[in-house]
Design a protein around this ligand. Structure first.
Ligand SMILES: C[S@@+](CC[C@H](N)C(=O)[O-])C[C@H]1O[C@@H](n2cnc3c(N)ncnc32)[C@H](O)[C@@H]1O
Length: 355
């Protein structure tokens, strides 16, 4: 038995049956001290006996729950918290779209639930790199995969680029399909994924093709799945960065109308692969052209809404020092002041549910 494995449930049951608030508090203080002294694995996890087997819990979560009970002033409330604590330890409460145990939601402070994402520095761990101009920070797909997928499910990224989504999928135990128009980039991304060590029972497929026309049925068959449970689309922000000279490249669309039409074709081709009731996200920023703000984000949002999807959230994410603007902040400030506009410091993550 690991040194930190404890059986605290009988004690919790005895406390719930106790009618003396001061006595309950005293025992909770002792339990808190006892758990706080145990180092646990990684210094963070404690192993408890639950339902006849061993289960790991975040030490911080256990201590926080016990502390809340210690600070409670009425017997009724304390008993309520004791019952809730027991359920949190013994009865997982998950849902259809992720693995979060809602009875232990406090174990996940890293998951953002606000619509303003002020992300810190880009995660550069492992094979992640910022060298592909226009790739998104890994924290974006990570947040989304944790919220909208379960372990072992499939995610599809039709604008794969350097593969940030699939690297994150591999790290947190999701399967993935990525589609990328440029064969050179697709090859490089396959190699990157091979360098990222991960679980061997997962599959990560990189397909070279145009997401507007590639045969999704063949793509799914080659991956060995019949549908996907999450779609994440990070298209070019129209022509801000020209990714290639290829005709199907959304960054080569000659007008905003044709950009939106091509984006719509990608949706028409990939959305049928997504299970109904599941989620998709579009990550995109706006553009400034000829003295006018072009709301690419909201225009793309409208394209999705035309296709039987429900808008669940509009997240505004900070953009800090894009490569194109680095070192020229003063110039952009001057341009903004003289042109009557504001310098872009945000982009959007639109979240939808397929009906
Ligand atoms: C904004 S980047 C995506 C970056 C990606 N999220 C990453 O982290 O590396 C857009 C990508 O879509 C690709 N692309 C453009 N049009 C495409 C299309 N019709 N089908 C597939 N890929 C396309 C571009 O080559 C580019 O790599």
């Amino acid at each position: 038995m690991p040194p930190s494995s404890l059986n605290i449930l009988p004690g919790i049951d005895r406390l719930a049956a106790n009618a003396n608030l001061a006595g309950i508090r005293l025992r909770l203080v002792r339990l808190h001290r006892r758990l706080a002294r145990i180092r646990g694995s990684n210094g963070r996890m404690l192993t408890l006996h639950v339902n006849g087997s061993l289960a790991a819990f975040k030490k911080e979560f256990l201590l926080g729950e016990i502390q809340q009970m210690i600070e409670t002033r009425t017997l009724e409330r304390t008993r309520y918290y004791l019952r809730r604590f027991r359920r949190a330890l013994t009865e997982p409460h998950t849902n259809r779209i992720n693995d979060l145990n809602l009875r232990r939601w406090k174990e996940h402070p890293e998951i953002i639930t606000d619509s303003l994402w002020l992300l810190d520095k880009r995660d550069r761990s492992g094979v992640h790199s910022a060298s592909y101009w226009g790739n998104f920070v890994p924290q974006i797909p990570r947040q989304l995969l944790l919220r909208y997928t379960k372990r072992g499910e499939w995610v599809c990224d039709p604008f794969l680029g350097s593969g940030t989504t699939l690297i994150e999928a591999r790290r947190i135990g999701r399967n993935g399909i990525g589609i990328e128009l440029q064969s050179r980039i697709a090859r490089r991304t396959r190699a990157t994924l091979n360098d990222e060590r991960g679980r061997s029972n997962l599959r990560h497929i990189v397909v070279t093709g145009d997401s507007a026309s590639v045969k999704m049925r063949n793509v799914l068959a080659s991956a060995g799945c019949s549908s996907v449970q999450f779609l994440i689309l990070h298209p070019p922000y129209w022509n801000i960065i020209r990714f290639s000279r290829k005709k199907g490249d959304l960054s080569n669309a000659p007008s905003i109308e044709s950009f939106l039409q091509n984006f719509g074709c990608v949706l028409d081709n990939t959305l049928p692969a997504l299970d109904s009731g599941r989620y998709l996200a579009v990550v995109i920023g706006d553009k400034y052209q000829a003295g006018e703000w072009i709301p690419l984000g909201f225009l793309c949002m409208q394209e999705v809404l035309r296709r039987h999807c429900r808008l669940k959230s509009v997240v505004v994410k900070n953009v800090d020092g894009t490569r194109g603007k680095r070192g020229t902040e003063e110039l952009w400030r001057y341009r903004a002041l003289s042109g009557g506009y504001y310098v872009f410091k945000h982009e959007y993550v639109f979240i939808f549910q397929k009906q």
